[in-house]
Ligand binder design. Sequence first.
Ligand code: ADP
Ligand code: MG
Length: 698
Amino acid sequence: MSYVPENFGSLVFDDRVMKANLSAKVYASVKKTIDEGAKLDIGVANAVANAMKEWAVENGATHYTHWFQPLTGITAEKHDSFIAPSPDGGVIMEFSGKELIKGEPDASSFPSGGLRATFEARGYTAWDPTSYAFIKGKTLCIPTAFCSYGGEALDKKTPLLRSMDALNKQALRILRLFGNDSVKCVRSNVGPEQEYFLVDKKMYDKRPDLRFTGRTLFGAKPPKGQQMNDHYFGVIPPRVAAYMEELNDELWKLGILAKTEHNEVAPAQHELAPIYSTTNIATDHNQLTMEIMQRVALRHGLVCLLHEKPFAGVNGSGKHNNWSINTDTGLNLLSPGETPYENAQFLLLLCAVIKAVDDYQDLLRISVATAGNDHRLGANEAPPAVVSIFLGDELNAVLEAIETDSPYKGAEKTQMKLGVDVLPKFNRDTTDRNRTSPFAFTGNKFEFRMLGSSNSIACANIMLNSAVAESLKIFADTLEKAEDFEAELHELIKNTIRQHKNIIFNGNGYDDEWIKEATEKRGLLNYRTTPDCMPHLLDAKNADMLISHGVFSEAELKSRCEIMLDNYCKTVVIEADTMVEMAKTLIIPAIEEYSLEAAKAARAKKAVNETLPCSYENKLIKKLSNLTDSIASKADELDGALCDIRGIEDVVEQSCAIRDILLDRMDALRRPCDEAEKLTAKKYWPFPTYGDLLFGVN
Ligand code: ADP
Ligand code: MG
């Protein structure tokens, strides 16, 4: 492997490359666009495009693409080569500012939830200069936003950038109130921890369920799963270590700060965490990371599973979204400060987050809702579907003291008077970390833990940024009018704690008692499934907020709701279809073959000695025969349900029918199949078992 610092970012058109390859004037102008969102003129764009092309061609690129994130959840690209004919019959390599700034992919096959029908047939991509261009294979990839001609966002980047703007605008108002005039820009930062499974490619290929749906739809529990907890942080097997080494190398070349890697709780499960960066870049990098994880795995004869629940009965995979708010001057606004004044500002920001999470629990839940993630949330392995905040004892005590105007029971036992007293340092609690909370304060950032491993982190951060912007807006509206700033601030913080303390929960989020308390006593929302939560995206409270901050238009919200539900329906229908097919064409024939073998054995024994009872074979054949009958009838019932569901036009109705009928029937079909697996000789079973898959990579 090459020397790391030399190669880090070697495939990225980053600040270093721009500085070296652009004139001082052009560089300054691009910097202004990146840092302050200033408009870019075509002359500058031409100069940048030319430098980009020269650099890309030098590094082996022949093509360029506008790289974007349509609502499919993955990234999309359409490659164009740089070549242009020259008069002498040869070619020259060309790339103009116009081509850099705007592209027109044929967008008709991307999901638009009716947007393009309402507006324009075509979509266009627009350069996002805040995320660096990079080379993948032989292609220069230019991060872009994807919109319809009516200006409606057809991607995840556009609303994310808008939500960052909204947060910036409102946070600046607050900072000004605290007398901070030097900060020019406030941005949220994110470090997403990514979980994944690695399985052997040869085994994967034998399982249609993995190939078509990314998860196993059948599989009896192996004798050993994760009971021993011996995988977590365990020694990394050589094949996996070789994979991680190459993965890191690839990610580093792309300027992705891959930092931490370890085994996770389930066998064959691992985690990768990068060093955090600006939300927009973190999102692009996470999409790239997922893509490269899968690509590098193939080179090692492995498949990287990003599905939230590849195996029943062992932990699924999530993604922890570590989120903080930072200034261009290097201040983390979620970090308790050194002076009383900074503390007051910290507490106000903290309250803004608490209020945001309480007021928009549903939006946070919606932002992580997919068919895959529905298997995880609330299954005693991931946070429940109920959103709550963990603050830790120390911070909790501070808030209680403020709320009740009573002495803070910390080390100093002082009265917590804002603007006068210094807060204790909330050191990151390493001994008593609460890993069961959906939304945990971890010293200077919040860790939102409900995301699924395959989710784009864009959605969660769009909601988080917007909801916090809304809290800050309400706070700024009040404080800007205040006659006595400090008194008003104190009241505001106190009232916010009082109104929203219901969302704070420091106990065990996996406990059933908590769900009871949360829903019955505290009135928190518990949307168990995607069909339960998704329609609430359009509730007036939510739509009004998102529209007022310019994050979404009404049409965009409607289209997103429809696309997400449609996606849910298609995902589960494909799973159900795959189950029927596997049951009928693989599982039943395998059982039949084995039964025949057992019958043959009995006949052979009888031929030797007429009086042998052959009760083992008889019983086995009977059991297997009952199971095949059951499998056949359950498969037919599932098929019947699929037929009915396909006839439902309305997507909300369809998703509810899937939740209420299809999922149960899938379960019902799985049970006899898994039962049969345990009775069938291994060599007859038509695909690798859980044991093979989970312990097959060494
Ligand atoms: P863990 O939660 O597994 O113990 P760490 O706390 O070390 O791991 O880091 C988790 C992630 O949080 C990393 O991606 C890290 O870069 C990120 N992170 C650390 N500080 C911040 C911050 N201020 N803002 C956003 N993300 C952060
Ligand atoms: Mg973590």
